[in-house]
Design a protein around this ligand. Sequence first.
Ligand SMILES: Nc1nc2c(c(=O)[nH]1)N[C@H]1C(S)=C(S)[C@@H](COP(=O)(O)OP(=O)(O)OC[C@H]3O[C@@H](n4cnc5c(=O)[nH]c(N)nc54)[C@H](O)[C@@H]3O)O[C@H]1N2
Ligand SMILES: Nc1nc2c(c(=O)[nH]1)N[C@H]1C(S)=C(S)[C@@H](COP(=O)(O)OP(=O)(O)OC[C@H]3O[C@@H](n4cnc5c(=O)[nH]c(N)nc54)[C@H](O)[C@@H]3O)O[C@H]1N2
Ligand code: SF4
Ligand SMILES: [Mo]
Length: 685
Amino acid sequence: MNGNKPSEMNATLTTCPYCGTGCNFYLLSGSDGRLSGVEPAAKHIVSKGRLCMKGWNAHAFVHHPDRLSTPQLKRDGALQDCDWDTALATVHQRLQAIADRHGPDSLMFFSSAKVSNEENYLMMKLARAGFSTNNVDHCARLCHSSTVVGLAETLGSGAMTNTLDCFDHTDLVFVIGSNTTEQHPLIGGRILQALRHDTKLLVADSRKIRLAQHANIHLRHHNGSDVALINGMMRQILVDGLEDRDFIARRTENFDALRDSLEPFTPEYVAAITGLEPQQIIDATRLYAGADNAMIVFAMGITQHSHGVDNVRALSNLALMTGNLGRPGTGINPLRGQNNVQGACDMGALPNVYTGYQQVADPQARLKFSTAWGKELPETPGLMATHAIEAAAAGSVRGMLIMGENPMLSEPNQTLVRKALENLDFLAVIDIFPTETAQLADVVLPAACYAERDGTYTSTERRVQRGRQAVETPGDARADWRILCDLLQRCGIKANYESPAQIMDEITTLTPSYGGISYQRLEGGHGLQWPCPDADHPGTPILHQEQCTRGKGRFSPTRYRPPKELPDEKYPLLLNTGRTAVHWHTGTMTRRSHLLHREEPHAFAEVNPQDAGQLQICDRQLIRVSSRRGSIQLKARLTERVPAGQIFIPFHFAEGAANVLTNNALDPESGIPEFKVCAVRVEPC
Ligand SMILES: Nc1nc2c(c(=O)[nH]1)N[C@H]1C(S)=C(S)[C@@H](COP(=O)(O)OP(=O)(O)OC[C@H]3O[C@@H](n4cnc5c(=O)[nH]c(N)nc54)[C@H](O)[C@@H]3O)O[C@H]1N2
Ligand SMILES: Nc1nc2c(c(=O)[nH]1)N[C@H]1C(S)=C(S)[C@@H](COP(=O)(O)OP(=O)(O)OC[C@H]3O[C@@H](n4cnc5c(=O)[nH]c(N)nc54)[C@H](O)[C@@H]3O)O[C@H]1N2
Ligand code: SF4
Ligand SMILES: [Mo]
């Protein structure tokens, strides 16, 4: 079994709805049908009886009075309650009418990393079979889309190569662009624990994050200069002869092209770009390459750049060059953010693939899915979420169905996003709270939250686990899968599933990497890590062991390109955006959780005291931050955590929304926005 059951009568084992770490806990509920708290699962393989603050408070938003409980339809400019049949018929008819008039590709479907695998599968089926478009995507576009492209090219699979247990067996962890202790707290905790047994730590982040205080070396290079840094490290590895020649010869290709591309990246040249000292680059190189087994851990500091794919390629090259792949305690490990962002990608809630990364452009894959679904399927890959926003602003996308995302606060350049959503002929939103996006909708459908339905979720280490229903939905709210089944049926696609388990049975027949997964097998044990091709397969903790998914690991040379908008005279500071430990993204859930809200009630900006002195700003003072795209007001928090010349704003707060300021410059290959760098001006209010 998964853990020790606490003594309460109603204790439902489930998977945490927040981050991709995949912790399990029991939801405690009383005879009144309400949740009273959370109890950790003592023996769970990932959480081992621990939880972070968000996990401990995961019950707190579930019964909040703001929960949506009735479908709503916009009449005379205001959302008004209506019945389900009216709401669902309106969604179906309005989307179909737009498709009939302007073509299926004038529609866009946003799926969600907050909902289950089964629900993501149904959403992409609805877009492709129901409405004949591949225009389906989700927040992975804003998150690890650059990882998926970069790692698929170099290794053949975009997922985390190793497993969380590997932190117990490694000699060095290289954390680059991940604030692990705050954003994946139980993984951050494991890294700290590993340091007790002589594991070394290298951190590369301009901010003095908690892990930096424990690091053997902390590199505070400029945001956006990682390609130069990593190329410089690789060049130094070759100068020092620290590369793994045997691994390079046996398991890789294209090494000569990589070696040639590294020539310009001398320590002095890299120092000039990164703001580091040449010796720091040499020391960091020797620390990483001197370890027998080294794990690279990365997140948004690497991915969210107009050169995000190049950042990922460079890290992959570094792991391949040193032979750090396919063994315990090694690898290149993107920490996936949302509880089910790995699953949403695996389920094909992406514009170019069906489940298990089977390409929509591949005629055989298309035939397989169209046979299973009884419908001709479109062959051209669809729009990415970020491109769909641009297309809506330009008028070529005219109808959207958004499930479990809040793009008004999460996409870059809010003015553009508002223009895009207001420009639509029809917008439907499925959510659990009245979000900023739902306010703009023509129809709002109230969904069940994680505690009110069954499903499976895939964590960052590719572990597929169960979520279980503990309480009933509020009012008339319905599970996302039920809503999607209804819409599928209205589109003439058979969808009479009785349970999420039946949906999973369909997924597994179509998806080789999930082939051996079933609700029955997920009942005991600790979930299953894909690839898990058949019913007897134990799952795969470590990828690329004998060979890479694509065969040979491919070195992919990169050249340094600066961010699209750097500080200048008019906007002299660099804006870095991200998160805090207690709040979740657009705040819909954590700002409605009493204890979490109490920890961080206000929008704030981290400002270095040196800059504050020059700007004559004191701690907690209200400031105005402006970029070329807009202006917000929020409190200054004076801290050495950010270097001089940089401010950091978390994007959780609607009243001081970081994405009013951010730049919608996109990576040309992955479509990810440059959330981590733009230019701003700060003034006291
Ligand atoms: N509490 C909480 N936890 C979360 C989330 C949340 O909202 N709240 N969100 C989840 C999600 S979806 C995700 S994707 C993850 C994100 O997890 P993280 O990526 O760890 O979080 P961020 O705060 O976005 O950014 C991480 C770090 O990148 C650094 N950074 C910025 N620019 C650069 C750069 O150019 N190079 C380098 N090397 N570093 C840079 C920042 O200074 C920051 O410390 O967190 C997940 N966990
Ligand atoms: N400036 C800046 N912007 C960023 C980032 C950054 O670092 N800086 N990071 C980006 C990243 S990595 C990410 S992942 C995105 C996240 O962007 P979003 O996914 O848009 O943000 P969330 O607030 O997580 O939105 C999830 C929505 O799902 C709803 N929800 C929760 N559970 C359920 C459910 O069971 N069913 C349904 N139907 N709805 C549910 C919530 O109420 C919420 O409205 O933000 C991106 N935006
Ligand atoms: S580390 Fe992530 S999965 Fe674990 S309790 Fe915290 S938010 Fe939940
Ligand atoms: Mo994310």
